[in-house]
Design a protein around this ligand. Sequence first.
Ligand SMILES: [Fe+2]
Ligand SMILES: [Fe+2]
Length: 273
Amino acid sequence: MEAAELREPQARAGEDRSAYAGVLRYYELAKRAEWQVRDLPWGEVPPIPEYTGSPQKLARRRDMWRSVVTQQLQADELAIEMAAQLFALAPDPEAKLYYTTMVQDEARHTEAWLKLAQEAGGTAERDPYLDELARFVLEAETVEEKVFLMQVFYERLIIPRFRMIARSSRGTVLEDLCNRLTVDDGIHHSSGVAYERVLLQRADEKTKRQLIAGAKRLLPVFVQHALWRPKAREVIGRLMRETDERMLREDIEQGIRLAHSFGLDVGEIELTF
Ligand SMILES: [Fe+2]
Ligand SMILES: [Fe+2]
């Protein structure tokens, strides 16, 4: 890997090379998985699930799905900014190359959600906690912390949620889109794990301590985001509360295990919900 050697001629080549190869592999994978918004089954299947019943019931369902679409649109809009920041700040050429694919992915996701929102009759209420989460990542001081919060932590959590949405929206554009996003965010997450390992191998103790402190500050906001339900989904939110809390616990435990696998000692974490 010539580029890495040029940048850091004093680096122990053997060690760094294998680590960067991991990041490069995800670049190749991302290029192969690339798709276009026009590939979605627009016009062939309904954008969101259709129901029969009273006008009130239909309106309630439409509001609910509009709200689901709005949250994902919001998440991908914010993801463009975060991915662009990672692209700008990543010091390693291999990572920079990889992030060109992530910026394109998040922009394409947003494009698809914007079209879907339009076909579904517009957008709904924004999740204020999601904006706050994004601010945490954008304002984090180090690349190590940004990669951890966005790719290692957040993008892994979103995957089971896409699967859940897909399962309840069979035969729609929404289902097709969620299936594609499961694949894309799987790559975003795994590439982040691969890059974070390289970053943390050379990070000092202060950077690691900052990262852990940042993750702990983010956690309560993440809990509020995961459990937040706008008006349109209040009823379903109550029904889902138990599932949400169980998923949340599993997500956080998995995040802690991942942190441990990076050699980070996260200490005590108290979950109050
Ligand atoms: Fe995305
Ligand atoms: Fe993503």
